[in-house]
Ligand binder design. Structure first.
Ligand SMILES: [Zn+2]
Length: 274
């Protein structure tokens, strides 16, 4: 059997017990935020294998970063943490559960399925957790933008924040902040997008300041809905990318990393052997 190579890369995910909250900036006691949030779908090893057989093309040869059981960041205050956890996370988790259950339900799937979702709440959950997933308190435009609207349901989602999503049939989760890449892979003349990713079974999300990316479905097209509004949103089941797409550096792509990008975390769930 081929040996897997791991590059050990340890990152810090906590600040002091007290400090400024990554979201409201209040100097107070900090609490742990789970990224991705707890409460999404948790497949058994057998189920995961079944889903992988159906969807995964090729093998994941790239191993980077630390492997651990879930990632949490001590970067947000209790109040922000609870608002995201109670008000927005249920929508994100419900969507993961619905899609996940669907994927493990059968053997043949149509090209596109639609699932009910609350996109405005999902958008706020995704952005809130990405804001928490950074050790240093930062004034970069993305963080500033997110702080201004994420907990205020009356404020619109900023015009230059776009979220794209696609099927992610992998068991690891990947969070990567603050990197830049061409909006068309390998083509600098098309412009550079400023990006964040939050990827975990069964859906991956790319946040970028450009209105399109590689033909992916856009979650922010529902940005004008209220937090509680539900719509049916499409998922392309015939679109499966590599686990490290799109942030992978390959023949077609280049990624410009920031200091925070180096803190990207890949986490694999601990599983009992069959
Ligand atoms: Zn706060």
């Amino acid at each position: 059997m081929k040996k897997k190579r791991f590059v050990r890369h340890y990152v810090t995910t906590k600040r002091e017990k007290a400090g400024p909250c990554n979201i409201c900036k209040t100097h107070t006691e900090l609490t742990w935020d789970h990224v991705p949030p707890k409460g999404g779908i948790d497949l058994t090893a057998v189920e995961m294998e079944k889903v992988s057989e159906l969807f995964v093309v090729g093998h994941d040869e790239i191993k980077f970063s630390e492997s651990q059981n879930g990632v949490k960041y001590r970067t947000v205050c209790k109040s922000c943490n609870e608002t995201i956890g109670h008000r927005y996370d249920p929508a994100l988790n419900e969507f993961s559960l619905t899609v996940g259950r669907y994927l493990k339900s059968g053997l043949s799937f149509p090209r596109v399925v639609h699932h009910r979702a609350k996109p405005a709440a999902m958008i706020r959950a995704i952005l809130g957790h990405l804001a928490a997933a950074k050790i240093e308190i930062d004034d970069c435009p993305f963080d500033r933008n997110v702080r201004e609207f994420v907990l205020d349901e009356d404020k619109p989602i900023p015009d230059d924040i776009f979220i794209f999503y696609w099927l992610y049939p992998y068991e690891q989760s990947i969070t990567m902040r603050d990197f830049a890449m061409p909006t068309v892979r390998g083509n600098f003349s098309t412009g550079i997008g400023f990006c964040q990713v939050l990827k975990y079974f069964p859906i991956a999300y790319l946040v970028i300041n450009k209105p399109a990316y590689e033909g992916l479905e856009e979650l922010t097209r529902y940005r004008n809905l209220s937090v509680d509004e539900e719509v049916e949103i499409p998922i392309l089941l015939d679109r499966v990318e590599h686990a490290h797409w799109p942030e992978i550096v390959d023949d077609y792509n280049i990624v410009l990393a920031s200091k925070t990008t180096g803190n990207a975390i890949l986490a694999k769930p601990k599983r009992k052997k069959r």
